[in-house]
Design a protein around this ligand. Structure first.
Ligand SMILES: Nc1nc2c(ncn2[C@@H]2O[C@H](COP(=O)(O)OP(=O)(O)OP(=O)(O)O)[C@@H](O)[C@H]2O)c(=O)[nH]1
Ligand SMILES: [Mg+2]
Length: 247
């Protein structure tokens, strides 16, 4: 693993935005630019790239060189899944001294404009979940009725399986206090894809942390390809059921 680190300064990393990437060369530069434009104090980035064949890793290194704060790029060999990418990114953020950690996708589905409000929720909460299913939230108006139903009921099903209170159990746009990531036990997380997101939500609730939801509208990716697969859905169903049964 090779890391590109530009001017690390542990004392100024108030918010580390962790972004996993696999073939997101078109959207990653736009995402970084839009996040920077939010004017967040003490902002830094951790990009976790799995040897993207489209060169996203090299693009991330270039962005790190241009950025004046902490910008760490983890280069992993080959696609190893979203869950382990986040675990590596979160641990790196903690090691870099981040006070708060945000997770978001590289494909612009998670609007950067939401970040200041989401992060502000951490004044009161341990975890702030950017939520499609809280008043003011929603999904891309371009989605068909059927797509909306699949997404909505899939989310309801996962909430039932895990007994979750959080209304948006599967979206990967969340902000955590560093103490939250220290307490939920990163090395115990097992799932990938959206199952990982539900597992994190479950751990937070089981640990008794204060979880709040902050509305946002999920936007369909307009570039690159989805990494969602049938295997991820099957894994989520069986492993999340097992998590609940074991308790
Ligand atoms: N490093 C790494 N990143 C990944 C991997 N799989 C997905 N990602 C990234 O994780 C984020 C979410 O993946 P998406 O393909 O957008 O998954 P999704 O949002 O559930 O599906 P769509 O709604 O169809 O986009 C994106 O930034 C991906 O590039 C992986 O195996 N390794
Ligand atoms: Mg996506």
């Amino acid at each position: 693993m090779v890391n590109a680190i530009s001017t690390p300064d542990q004392n100024t990393l108030k918010v580390a935005v962790v972004v996993p990437t696999y073939n997101e060369s078109e959207t990653l530069p736009q995402l970084i630019e839009k996040v920077v434009a939010q004017g967040i104090d003490g902002l830094g980035f951790i990009v976790v790239d799995d040897g993207s064949p489209d060169g996203t890793g090299a693009i991330a290194d270039g962005l790190a060189d241009e950025f004046t704060g902490v910008f760490i790029v983890l280069h992993r060999e080959g696609k190893q899944g979203l869950g382990t990418a986040y675990m590596a990114g979160f641990q790196t953020a903690l090691d870099a001294g981040a006070q708060n950690i945000v997770e978001m996708d590289a494909d612009l589905s998670h609007p950067p404009e939401v970040l200041p409000g989401l992060i502000a929720e951490l004044d009161e909460a341990d975890v702030a979940v950017a939520s499609r299913y809280t008043p003011g939230g929603g999904v891309d108006p371009g989605w068909s009725w059927a797509r909306k139903q699949i997404s909505y009921w899939g989310n309801v099903g996962i909430r039932l399986i895990l007994g979750l209170e959080v209304k948006d159990a599967t979206a990967g746009f969340k902000a955590f206090r560093r103490t939250t990531l220290e307490r939920i036990g990163l090395d115990r997380l097992r799932l990938s894809g959206f199952g990982f997101q539900a597992e994190v939500a479950y751990r937070c609730e089981q640990t008794g942390l204060k979880v709040v939801e902050h509305p946002y509208v999920f936007m369909e990716r307009t570039a690159g390809k989805s990494k969602m697969s049938f295997g991820i859905v099957v894994e989520a169903f069986f492993r999340l059921s097992w998590l609940r049964i074991r308790r």
